[in-house]
Design a protein around this ligand. Structure first.
Ligand code: FAD
Length: 333
């Protein structure tokens, strides 16, 4: 590999150099590499497409294990088995091309198939948990290479019990799709169902307008996607915020047990952090298309991204008393 630095391995394009980098081209090689590093007590970081990672600058005392096993196969007419290192959007494109529905709303999400269960990726009202049946894991605690059910991962909003724990490595995933001409109801089209290929194009178009499809030439996409999860707060707190801001329609959605989910992007803007914040000269800025994405304008370092994240968190806390939690995984910061 010519440049194993995290600046070249992640979509934020920041971060220092790992002690070593191992490219794993098969599921077995991936499991064996992790097993060996664990036996030797060498700290490691599993890296797929690097699109949900913020890694510290400088020389890092960890090895990067690169998930590069690729391939999509059919288990039966409706079930896909996908190697963890396969680019996720290729999986969606292939399913759509073959008239298999269920993941079209997840078009354009960067990164690897193996990372999709890690934070239960989702977009436009759809989540990988809707179609994920089982996952082949290398269990780092027991050393077992085993298929486990999707239910055993505790999948929830941008969460699974794999995220932040590093307890296991996803080697392959299995998806149950549907033979159909029409998409699932698409939230951004008011619940309408449209032909699969049209659904994919529509989602990609909407995502592009927000800088949510990777494009080397567009600094608004040098990001980790949405940087904060949408906060869940008691209804009374949501009422207070709505009254304080005094706008007619604050986005708020029932989240059970007297709780409501608010829009992090909306709160960030109302807390005085508009698009492009903090301004032209800053190396790290909010995207000019979407307040929820923190972006590298070309010369940012990991520390700049982390500083901006903390500044946004502080302003939202001061304005509304709400704590924003980062969605990407932070390493060494
Ligand atoms: C422009 C843009 C738009 C995005 N839009 C969305 C969106 O709409 N919805 C959404 O949910 N996310 C979105 N994301 C976030 C990101 O793309 C997803 O979280 C994606 O699944 C991360 O995949 P990755 O392979 O890049 O993971 P990485 O960034 O490489 O890794 C993320 C975490 O998962 C772990 N990991 C990776 N692979 C494995 C594996 N095989 N086994 C175990 N652990 C593993 C890593 O160690 C790390 O902790 C977006 C990101 C960007 C840059």
């Amino acid at each position: 590999m010519t440049d194993p630095s995290f600046a070249s391995l992640t979509t934020l394009r920041v971060g220092g150099t790992p002690a070593a980098a191992y490219e794993c081209l098969s599921a077995e090689q991936l499991a064996e590499t992790v097993a060996k590093l664990d036996r030797d007590r060498d700290p490691l970081l599993i890296v797929g497409g690097g699109s949900n990672l913020l890694v510290a600058d400088g020389d890092l005392a960890l090895s990067a294990v690169l998930v590069r096993n690729e391939g999509i196969s059919l288990v039966d007419d409706l079930r896909l088995r996908v190697q963890a290192g396969t680019e996720w959007d290729q999986v969606v494109a292939s399913a759509v091309e073959h008239g298999l529905g269920g993941i079209e709303a997840l078009s354009g999400i960067p990164g690897s198939a193996g990372a999709t269960p890690v934070q239960n990726v989702g977009a436009y009202g759809s989540e990988i948990s809707d179609v994920l049946t089982r996952v082949r894991l290398y269990n780092r605690e027991t050393g077992a290479d085993e298929w486990v059910s999707a239910e055993s991962l505790d999948l929830a909003y941008r969460y699974s019990n794999l995220k932040f724990t590093s307890r296991a490595v996803v080697l392959e995933i299995e998806l149950q799709l549907e033979a159909t001409d029409l998409s699932i109801p698409l939230r951004h089209l008011g619940g309408e169902r449209v032909p699969l290929a049209q659904a994919r194009e529509s989602v990609l178009g909407t995502r592009r307008a927000k800088g949510m499809v990777l494009d080397v030439a567009d600094h608004d996409t040098w990001s980790a996607g949405s940087f904060f999860t949408n906060p869940v707060v008691p209804t009374a707190v949501a009422d207070e915020i709505e009254a304080k801001v005094g706008e007619d329609r604050m986005p708020r959605f029932a989240a059970g047990d007297g709780q409501e989910k608010l829009s992090a992007a909306w709160l960030i803007e109302r807390a005085g952090c508009p698009r492009g914040f903090p301004g032209e000269d800053a190396p790290a800025r909010l995207s000019t298309k979407h307040t929820l994405a923190l972006t590298n304008r070309g010369k940012a370092r990991a520390a700049d991204i982390a500083d901006l994240a903390r500044r946004v968190q502080d302003q939202v806390r001061e304005a509304f008393g709400v704590e924003l939690h980062p969605e990407p995984v932070w390493v060494g910061l």
